[in-house]
Design a protein around this ligand. Structure first.
Ligand code: AHR
Length: 863
């Protein structure tokens, strides 16, 4: 059924656009309206201004991008006017805010990123009406009290101070489209303009149809192939290698899905500082200071106090008022505490005796009622002090608890209770869970991005991630609500991130917010979305200074630099040798964003010209943010830009030349977040192999694509906000995915030269051709060569590997007819979720070698 569908649509498109419109008038009317606020701006056209024909069946050519997905992002009362050659759209947002939305377009289908302008002293901006005159666009609106105001703009961002006004004549009309009556603006336009909009929509539909290509339909799509083995030839030409990035594959870390606390960060006590906050977790009723803690036993009370806390950051602490000894304050960890027989655990807490005679505090690891490890800590004094001990476990448990038992009546204050396994990755104190970090190590990442993702720019201005809050003594770090609806302890902060990069042997790629919070921020008293950004002036200057201080902290000399001294005090006197800095995360490229983004980039480049700055181009592979983000990158010579796209397998199959036409002299690309998504959002052979295709295509374009990272990286079972992820885990085990296998296979086979190669089936059909992909890279440092071959067909392929043009990369005297090599294979049915790569098997390559590529398989040959 799908076999010829794209061709069919394409020919329809051609016929429709060339023939059907042959007798149209020079100009027609266009009606701009929206069917409901959750949809965007639609168009209809008419020759007589009375009977209207919908364009693209009420397709939204622009819809609101303001504030939160799901509840917000509404377009109310759109008003469209034309100012010279520029179409100007204004619309109302939520009736709680004094903001007006504005966007412009030259053609009604490519729209500039939206701006949400604050208009002071008006209350609300409802029912806007835009009327262009010769020099400006006048906008009239009213507030909830019915008072009308007028403002004006000529640059579509700066608006004059609103003044009281009479209600203008409403320039909208009512019209019937598809038998429904709507209100909107009518303009007379050239027929060619309408035709362009129609063609744009048709082309969009063709692409959507292509991108819907799914392996589930392969039985029909490739029915004509029967069960034939397809013959194909791979030819590699090593005579003119292309220099490519040797940092192509890395990892993207974000504290989403409990990736940090309760995940990679090995701390076992949840809410160790009693700083969980009721507002940071939307669903759980009891979320707050005593989350994960409970009192077990009689004769003691457990309360939370804020009087004379440990410091200004650790505002809350626990008070145990013991009347009769025996009760325990118990923490049940992150879904229980895993304890290993014989392992050692560092226990520590801060305590202060509030009343009664000071007495020792007993600590127990408990498995149900059985004690499987214990320690006795000194009696607290009456000022805050830290107490430490080591517990050796006497048995294993998967669901243990930590119990704190004062040994005499009295009142004792406790804060910052930590239980940390000594067995961490590379035995680091305050380190990473070993099994998870080893799973990262096996990916052979060339860089690691941190701390996200949306977490970087945060849920509102107050939630922007500030790196300075995440270094130094743990109890002096500022905990923060996580944009993914839980708590960040910041135990895994910037120091731990840089140290982990060193341990993994990869480059750190920190990302800082571009001075604006996430465009999807919920509406608060500050507004929604980007909320206007960090105020320009002193707050923004301080923010820029913080970014510069990050580079100083990472690379500076402790003898001369305050920030470098902090790094040295934390145990790392040598510089971390930071080379990359990301600025912004898939932001809306609004004016508020742009001015702050460029201020930061300019300041960094002026002071640290050698740092590779990575900008941002929005959340999609096309559209207004992508276009404007790229335009900025080119105008301002930004070193590299971060692209993001989560797309269907069909997108990867049908967009294999995406980077082939990129401008080689412009900014480099960091594909910072990508994954192949199918309904149900599992990781399967289909998603993994389509990502393998993407990696082959990125390697071929490795002179432009400098870095890439699959996203997200980690997810804890039972706590996932996003699927699929590369690695799942629970407290005991790590569960890698099929996509992990592809990233691991490719991570281990990176090179710094691409050897031009072709992989052609003897079946000339386009459907077949685009299911084959290849890339050969050579690593000049090790002399190793890696051939990647993707067979995304339901049929086996018998491939002739033709090596007669690779002599230049072989060691002197080596025979083309006896090259010892290894082959690694990943294969399975298209919807298989458990497929794993084979162990490398030895093969011998000759000038011509026949290799069988099973249906739905990814093969790497290395020699
Ligand atoms: O990877 C999950 C999220 O996807 C990231 O936080 C964000 O940047 C993107 O939208």
């Amino acid at each position: 059924m799908h076999k010829h569908i794209s061709l069919f649509i394409l020919s329809l498109f051609t016929l429709y656009s060339v023939n059907t419109f042959a007798n149209r008038p020079d100009s027609v009317y266009i009606f701009a309206y929206n069917t409901k606020p959750s949809r965007g701006l639609s168009f209809a056209w008419s020759g007589n201004g009375k009977s209207w024909t919908t364009i693209g069946n009420e397709h939204s050519f622009i819809s609101s991008d303001y504030a939160q997905w799901g509840t917000d992002k509404k377009m109310h009362s759109p008003s469209l006017t034309r100012f010279g050659q520029t179409w100007v759209l204004v619309f109302a947002l939520d009736d709680r805010v004094n903001q007006l939305a504005i966007s412009t377009s030259a053609d009604l289908f490519h729209w500039q990123p939206q701006d949400y302008v604050f208009l002071e002293g008006v209350g609300q901006c409802l029912d806007p009406i835009a009327i262009a005159d010769k020099s400006q666009v006048n906008v009239y609106f009213h507030n909830k009290a019915g008072q009308w105001f007028a403002t004006a703009t000529s640059d579509f961002y700066h608006f004059s101070k609103p003044i009281a006004s009479d209600a203008p004549n409403d320039n909208r009309i009512k019209a019937f489209v598809n038998h429904n009556e709507y209100q909107g603006n009518v303009h007379r336009v050239a027929w060619a303009e309408v035709e362009s909009i129609i063609n744009f929509k048709l082309a969009t539909d063709v692409r959507a149809q292509q991108n819907a290509e799914s392996l589930a339909d392969d039985a029909q799509r490739f029915a004509a192939l029967g069960s034939d083995t397809i013959k194909a030839t791979l030819t590699i030409d090593a005579s003119s290698p292309l220099a490519i990035s040797d940092k192509l594959l890395g990892i993207f870390f974000e504290d989403i899905n409990y990736s940090a606390d309760g995940g990679l960060y090995a701390e076992l006590v949840q809410n160790r500082d009693f700083e969980y906050d009721t507002h940071e977790h939307g669903r759980e009723e009891n979320w707050g200071s005593s989350q994960s803690w409970k009192l077990v036993g009689e004769g003691t009370s457990f309360t939370i106090s804020t009087d004379s806390p440990l410091n200004d950051i650790q505002k809350h602490y626990a008070v145990l008022d013991v009347k009769t000894v025996g009760a325990a304050l118990v923490n049940d960890g992150f879904d229980g505490i895993v304890v290993k027989n014989g392992a050692r655990y560092d226990i520590s807490f801060f305590a202060r005796q509030l009343a009664g005679k000071a007495a020792q505090v007993r600590i127990e690891l408990r498995n149900d009622d059985r004690v499987i490890g214990s320690a006795v800590l000194k009696a607290p004094t009456n000022s805050w002090q830290q107490y430490t001990a080591v517990i050796k476990a006497t048995a294993s448990a998967t669901n243990a608890t930590l119990a704190i038992i004062p040994t005499a009546p009295g009142s004792v204050a406790l804060d910052f209770v930590s239980l940390f396994p000594q067995d961490t990755y590379k035995a680091r104190k305050n380190g990473m869970r070993r099994d998870l970090a080893e799973a990262l190590e096996a990916l052979h990442p060339r860089f690691m991005r941190f701390p996200g993702g949306c977490l970087v720019h945060g849920q509102g201005i107050d939630n922007i991630y500030h790196w300075k809050q995440t270094i130094g003594p743990l109890w002096e770090r500022t905990p923060q609500p996580n944009i993914w609806n839980y708590h960040q302890s910041r135990g895994l902060g910037y120091f731990e991130f840089f140290q982990l990069c060193e341990d993994l042997g990869c480059e750190p790629l920190p990302v800082v917010a571009a001075g604006v919070p996430c465009q999807n921020t919920a509406i608060t008293s500050l507004g929604g979305g980007q909320q206007g950004g960090i105020p320009l002036g002193q707050p923004m200057q301080q923010y820029i200074q913080d970014v510069l201080d990050l580079i100083e902290w990472a690379n500076g000399d402790p003898k001369t630099s305050t920030w470098a001294r902090k790094r040295a005090e934390a145990g790392h006197p040598k510089p971390f040798n930071l080379k990359y800095l990301g600025i912004g995360n898939e932001d809306l490229i609004s004016q508020a964003f742009t001015e702050r983004y460029l201020m930061i980039i300019n300041a960094v480049k002026e002071r640290y010209p050698d740092i590779t700055v990575c900008g941002t181009t929005g959340p999609f592979f096309e559209g207004s943010d992508y276009e404007r983000g790229w335009q900025l990158a080119k105008q301002h010579n930004i070193d590299m830009v971060d692209e993001h796209y989560y797309v269907s397998p069909g997108w990867f199959i049908n967009n294999q030349h995406f980077y082939d036409n990129y401008d080689r002299s412009a900014s480099k690309v960091y594909l910072g977040e990508y994954a192949s998504h199918i309904p149900g959002r599992h990781s399967t052979i289909e998603t993994a192999l389509t990502c393998a295709i993407q990696i082959c295509n990125m390697e071929r374009n490795g002179d432009v694509v400098a870095m890439s990272s699959y996203a997200p990286l980690l997810a804890k079972h039972g706590h996932t906000q996003w699927n699929p992820d590369l690695i799942y885990f629970d407290n005991q085990q790590v569960y890698t995915t099929v996509d992990y296998e592809v990233q691991r296979m490719c991570g281990q086979s990176q090179g710094d030269q691409y050897l031009p190669s072709t992989f052609m089936a003897n079946n000339a059909k386009a459907d077949v051709a685009r299911r084959l992909s290849t890339s050969t890279v050579h690593d000049t440092k090790t002399g190793r060569t890696y051939i990647k071959l993707v067979n995304l067909l339901p049929n086996p392929i018998n491939a002739d590997i033709n090596l007669n043009q690779i002599a230049s990369i072989l060691p002197k005297g080596a025979s083309l007819n006896n090259i010892p090599a290894q082959l690694i294979l990943l294969t399975g049915s298209y919807n298989e979720q458990k497929a794993r790569a084979s162990e490398p098997s030895d093969i011998v390559l000759r000038e011509h070698t026949n290799i069988n590529l099973p249906p739905y398989s990814f093969t790497i040959i290395q020699f």
